[in-house]
Design a protein. Structure first.
Length: 95
């Protein structure tokens, strides 16, 4: 049974390649992989590693967020770290 590992990513990879006008063979050659690897990524049989995703985004001239099927988050939407209360330590000079 073939289970799509990440349907959103595989569809985004396929659509980005189609928009670029590249064939699977051309993308594979640019990345130093086989066209079978590109096919497996687009069919959801497996996912490219992080280095390949970065390279693919660069080839297509799009952000990694866009390539992975989403838009970059709006500024300020990331959770922020809670500030810990500062503790004042006594200054010990010459004791």
């Amino acid at each position: 049974m073939n289970t799509n590992t990440n349907p959103k990513l595989s569809e985004a990879l396929y659509q980005a390649r189609k928009r670029s006008g590249m064939t699977q063979d051309e993308l594979a050659e640019a990345l130093g992989v086989t066209h079978q690897s590109v096919s497996k990524w687009e069919n959801g049989e497996c996912c490219p590693d992080a280095q390949k995703l970065i390279a693919i985004a660069g080839i297509y001239g799009i952000s990694l967020d866009r390539l992975c099927g989403g838009d970059p988050p709006e500024p300020g939407t990331y959770p922020t770290a809670k500030k810990r209360p500062s503790r004042k330590l006594p200054l010990l000079c010459g004791i």
